[in-house]
Write a protein that binds this ligand. Structure first.
Ligand code: TYM
Length: 346
């Protein structure tokens, strides 16, 4: 357990980010974006485009800025209100990198050695992975604690990184005799779509890196593409069951019901209550219609914003400014705790 001796007593703050690498898919939308929008009215919200994280694997410099704007466009198109929520590119707030360095000196090699995402992403040739890919979760901890964020909405795959963030916060607070200095942030992994699976394989996560485009619904897919991918989604021949228990044993069916529930703002049980006993010949067209209805407006607005980079840039400039204002004093306090020189100090 990582409970602090003296708990953090500052205000609630929500923070999350999405990497600027490749196109967004339904998993990102349901597991993250849609959740940010639902939560933004509950506390000050910081949402950034993780471009520092993106370059842990090679990114073409000619497209990185456009990818950054694309994620920002998705934030706004999904309903994040730039007046209310602070939307910014991570690399525009240099404090992230500085705090990450301090945390590199707090985190232990053994902790990072346990990170499953590094093992998956580095594959068989770990010696060829960038050092940045290895320390990636340390930067993530810095992203969160730089704002003393207390609540972090993410998909299931980020759980381990959030645990590491708590460990780093705890160790910093202990090492520098500063109980409650950093909060131990709560991961918010909730709802029916915290782990959206591939449409082709109910045992694999929906992901940007899957070579098959049929495995995912991209946020920029048009209505025809969405309907066709759902039609071709792998399923079994049985009708939908009437209990969650029975659904659990059928990963592909479970995934489609979870997607339906998340899009409709219902629980899986409510979806089953309506569709139990029906086959996929009925359920898939209903799901396709719902997906088109819910995603269509987001896609349309995203395309409009991507055609107007100046509007997106205005949001990012203002957001970066606000983020810096929030981050700078916390980094200054952190530097003082570590004992770094500043004129007149010590
Ligand atoms: P990234 O860019 O891989 O994914 C962005 C968000 O989408 C969620 N997600 C999913 N949710 C449900 N089903 C899926 N198939 C699925 N695939 C992705 C992820 O869980 C995530 O919430 N390390 C982060 C970015 C990051 C961050 C942070 C997040 C950097 N710093 C600080 C929170 C706080 C990442 O790579 O997300």
């Amino acid at each position: 357990m990582t409970d602090a001796p003296a708990a953090y007593s500052g205000p609630k703050r929500i923070l999350s980010g999405i990497q600027a690498s490749g196109s967004l898919h339904l998993g990102n939308y349901l597991g993250a974006l849609k959740r940010f929008v639902e939560l933004q009215d509950t506390a000050p919200t910081f949402v950034f485009v993780a471009d520092l994280h993106a370059i842990t694997v090679w990114q073409d410099p000619a497209v990185l800025a456009a990818q950054t704007r694309e994620i920002a466009a998705a934030y706004i198109a999904s309903g994040l209100d730039p007046k209310h929520s602070t939307i910014f590119p991570q690399s525009a707030v240099r404090e992230h990198a500085e705090l990450a360095w301090i945390f590199n000196c707090v985190a232990r090699l053994g902790w990072l050695d346990r990170m499953t995402q590094f093992k998956e992403k580095s594959g068989q040739h770990k010696e060829r992975a960038s050092v940045g890919l290895y320390t990636y979760p340390v930067l993530q901890a810095a992203d969160i604690l730089l704002y003393r964020a207390t609540h972090v909405p993410v998909g299931e795959d980020q759980k381990q990184h959030l645990e590491l963030t708590r460990d780093i916060a705890q160790k910093f607070n202990n090492d520098f005799s500063a109980p409650g200095f950093f909060p131990l942030p709560e991961p918010m992994i909730q709802g029916p779509a915290t782990r959206v699976m591939s449409l082709r394989d109910g045992s694999a996560k929906m992901s940007k890196s899957d070579p098959s485009d049929l495995s995912r619904i991209n946020l920029l897919d048009d209505a025809d593409a969405i309907a066709s991918k759902i039609r071709k989604a792998r399923t079994d021949p049985e009708p939908l069951p009437d209990t969650l228990e029975a659904l659990k044993a059928r990963p592909e069916a479970d995934n489609l019901v979870g997607i339906y529930a998340a899009l409709a703002d219902e629980t899986k049980a409510e979806v089953l209550a309506r569709y139990a006993g029906q086959g996929f010949g009925v359920f898939k067209p209903a799901l396709a219609a719902l997906a088109v209805e819910k995603l269509g407006p987001v896609t349309g607005e995203m395309r409009r914003l991507m055609a107007d980079p100046a509007e997106v840039d205005r949001v990012l400039v203002a957001g970066a400014e606000r983020a810096r204002e929030a981050a700078a004093p916390i980094l200054a306090e952190t530097r003082a705790k570590v004992g770094f020189w500043s004129a007149g100090a010590g």
